[in-house]
Design a protein around this ligand. Sequence first.
Ligand SMILES: NC(=O)c1ccc[n+]([C@@H]2O[C@H](COP(=O)([O-])OP(=O)(O)OC[C@H]3O[C@@H](n4cnc5c(N)ncnc54)[C@H](OP(=O)(O)O)[C@@H]3O)[C@@H](O)[C@H]2O)c1
Length: 264
Amino acid sequence: MTQTPASDQQTALVTGASSGIGVDFARELAGRGFDLILAARRVDRLENLRAELTEEFGVTVDVLAADLSSRAGAEKLHRDVQGLSRPVNMLVNNAGLGRFGPTLNQSVDELDEMIQLNVTSLTVLTRLFAADFKQQGGGYILNHASFSAIQPPAHYSVYAGTKAYVLAFSQALNQDVRGDGIRVTALCPGFFTSEFLTKAQQDPGLIVKLIMLKPRAVARAGIRSVLRGKPVIIPGVGFKLLNLVLRLAPRSFATGLADFALKY
Ligand SMILES: NC(=O)c1ccc[n+]([C@@H]2O[C@H](COP(=O)([O-])OP(=O)(O)OC[C@H]3O[C@@H](n4cnc5c(N)ncnc54)[C@H](OP(=O)(O)O)[C@@H]3O)[C@@H](O)[C@H]2O)c1
């Protein structure tokens, strides 16, 4: 069983809390009584969210400016959190970025930006906070992967590769650090509404619009799962079933299906 830290008050660090599902993670955690540290580059948005959550839930919220597009940025965020002198016992590694389109139309800089944010910074933060959690006697890490980690769609090749890394890394690490009272969960949702598709430059077709999940429900499933120590969570009955089918199907069929779903 995961032990709670010396103080009864729980504190969660949420990266990428300035838009999209990061806001829902923050709301879900505040609703459960967690104090919060919110991190992203757009600090004005974090400040607005801080005011809202403090007023509505009466929790303590700190805001940290963080650019996680490099290892140095992730290390700085860890130092900044330590500087707050508030023991954190949950890390929600949510900040992430996708690029849609033929891989050869994506510049090497764009691909590197995705890998730095989705893989390098997530790994560095996980490693640094896991060491703190071990010292404290336990903690929770929720790593945001994607359903594309399970079935990589064409035109999201590098993004899907980064998310497959997040899934494999989190699953293995969960087993690795269980004895230290640390629980690691990989969250693998399908599409949901946020700024993601616009930034990825994907114009969603009918199928994507029809299968869109609700971000608040995804955030709730993620938080509930990490608190219960589940290694992997695929939100939504439809995606759970699809996962089972895809596990049995030939890979060429599965890849073709994902391609079709994104085209129409
Ligand atoms: N939307 C989907 O359909 C979907 C499906 C599966 C998984 N996901 C995953 O969900 C996570 C959240 O994305 P979202 O859908 O909520 O999209 P979003 O609205 O674009 O949110 C992305 C968040 O990441 C932060 N971020 C981006 N680059 C950053 C950087 N260099 N340094 C620090 N923070 C950075 C952004 O904040 P700033 O720009 O203010 O820094 C923002 O708060 C991502 O990991 C994504 O891969 C999304």
